[in-house]
Design a protein around this ligand. Structure first.
Ligand SMILES: Cc1cc2nc3c(=O)[nH]c(=O)nc-3n(C[C@H](O)[C@H](O)[C@H](O)COP(=O)(O)OP(=O)(O)OC[C@H]3O[C@@H](n4cnc5c(N)ncnc54)[C@H](O)[C@@H]3O)c2cc1C
Length: 475
């Protein structure tokens, strides 16, 4: 073999990138390429655009960082705009490639792209797909993906007992690329997007790229020493360090979960090993679980009735949905989270669960609309994690219990002083915490006294929430 086209997808890293390692073992010169696909920014069938400014910014920064890392090793990353099948096959033809090496992922559009590229390759060019984004490799699972348990806990026990994580691979020292036109990394404006807002209240700046991702690991584990309390703090809502914030780098493949796992093991050796340190790996198993569930069920995850064919009555009420999406439900804990999402592209896990449940359980709006809204805004959007978690919350996914979150109870429990709510809804500042969470209970005198008028300064609730949660309790 002489030349390999190395198609980078959601694996924008050099450390522990098996596709890259395999390509460099096969040939002396590789042609790394990143394809900017206009299809990825179209409008979804549920309304929202598929790609918002937060994730687009993160992605472009990640591509620039990867290019820089490849250049310092002597090679280059080509950047091309177009459909992957056309771009990759033309490039393969031009450089007379023997093979194309690429990451493979389990979701529908990613699979379709893989197949389209494979089909378009010139005669004599082979396709080598590599599964590289999970902690466990599917070939190492005790039960093959097609037969795995649909419930997390038994699956986790099986994997923890009978499988092991492969060692992460070292980054290459040098990369050789033939002379070809590099192509520019597009700007947000080229993609038809505006700069995302910058907001001091954001938990983190989330700079894209492997370099920044490793810096985040360094800070969270080693400088701030936060892993030893991870399980206790992970349900937080404010600040950089209540949880790892590794998700955007994992989603774009700037960090490999195996490399993170090794860092956790090193921390456990050098600092402390406890339930909290274990719990980060436990969460990475949730991530794996959804990836393998997607490999098992594919497109069924996007259907109204989900993987278990659960029939529910969903409302397709645009106004209900709009008020939820815009953070104008009149329920502060929901609105604060929705505004954080829109302003920053990130939301805590606790926040995601609550707003998702409010949409599907309290408002009964089609869960796929909510998933599509998250898809647009989340900086860490990942198909399987997002749609898998949404289906789960909607009661059509991997949980047959179909529980709901009482957002009023949750607000009291996780935001007792209403600090989170007033951070994102400054119009409620000055209210005692019980009113900041329940402003509809203010009577006229109190409202005048605190200077907050329901319906004027802040929306009245769009439904009788207290009544609705009583109804859900008695279901
Ligand atoms: C409705 C809904 C939608 C979600 N959409 C996404 C998404 O698009 N992308 C995404 O990465 N996560 C998603 N999650 C999972 C979870 O909320 C985020 O991974 C987490 O909040 C990211 O912050 P962190 O990195 O600080 O997480 P940490 O608490 O530090 O967890 C460490 C890592 O474990 C993984 N992880 C943790 N919880 C989950 C989970 N429930 N499912 C899958 N992986 C998990 C993530 O990779 C995360 O980075 C969603 C959850 C819900 C309820």
């Amino acid at each position: 073999m002489n030349t390999v086209v190395l198609w980078f997808r959601d694996d924008l890293r050099l450390t522990d990138n098996p596709t890259l390692t395999a390509a460099l073992e096969a040939v002396d010169e590789v042609v790394p390429v990143y394809v900017v696909d206009p299809q990825r920014r179209r409008t979804s069938r549920y309304g929202p655009r598929k790609l918002g400014a937060h994730r687009a910014r993160f992605r472009l920064e990640s591509v620039r960082d990867l290019r820089e890392s490849i250049r310092t090793r002597g090679g280059d990353l080509l950047v091309r705009e177009g459909r992957p099948a056309a771009v990759v096959s033309e490039l393969a033809e031009r450089v007379d490639a023997d093979a194309v090496y690429a990451q493979t992922k389990p979701a529908t559009e990613e699979r379709a792209d893989t197949e389209a590229v494979r089909a378009a390759l010139p005669d004599g060019t082979t396709f080598h797909g590599h599964w590289t984004h999970t902690l466990y490799h599917p070939d190492d699972l005790p039960t093959p993906v097609g037969g795995i348990d649909d419930t997390f806990t038994p699956w986790r026990h099986e994997v923890e007992d009978d499988a092991s994580v492969r060692d992460p691979l070292e980054p290459p020292e040098s990369i050789r690329t033939p002379e070809l036109e590099s192509g520019d990394v597009p700007t947000l404006a080229d993609l038809g997007l505006e700069e995302p807002p910058s907001d001091d209240r954001a938990v983190l700046a989330f700079e894209g790229g492997e370099t920044a991702g490793k810096r985040r690991v360094e800070r969270y584990l080693w400088d701030r020493d936060r892993l030893k309390t991870y399980k206790q703090t992970r349900n937080g809502l404010l600040g950089a360090d209540y949880s790892s914030k590794f998700s955007p780098w994992l989603a774009a493949g700037c960090l490999s979960p195996r490399w993170i796992n090794r860092e956790v093991a090193r921390y456990e050796r050098e600092r402390v090993a406890n339930e909290d340190t274990y719990w980060l790996v436990f969460e990475l198993l949730w991530r794996d679980f959804f990836q393998f569930q997607f490999a098992k069920y594919g497109g069924a995850f996007f259907t109204e009735t989900g993987i278990r064919d659960v029939k529910k009555r969903w409302r397709r009420d645009r106004e209900r949905f709009r008020r939820w999406a815009d953070g104008e439900t009149g329920v502060p804990f929901v609105d604060a989270n929705m505004r954080e999402l829109e302003r920053t592209g990130y939301l805590s896990n606790r926040g995601r669960q609550n707003v998702a449940s409010f949409l599907v359980d309290a408002l009964e709006v089609d869960w796929r609309w909510g998933a599509a809204h998250f898809e647009r805004h989340l900086v860490d959007y990942d198909v399987a994690s997002n749609w898998g978690n949404w289906a789960y919350q909607a009661g059509v996914g991997n949980d047959s219990r179909d529980g709901y979150f009482d957002v009023l109870w949750q607000a009291d429990r996780y935001d007792p002083d209403a600090e989170y709510v007033t951070t994102w809804l400054p119009e409620l500042e000055g209210l005692p915490s019980e009113y900041a969470h329940w402003p509809w209970r203010l009577d006229d005198d109190e409202s005048r006294g605190y200077g907050v008028e329901p319906g004027v300064d802040y929306p009245r609730p769009m439904i009788d929430v207290e009544d609705r949660f009583r109804e859900l309790d008695n279901r």
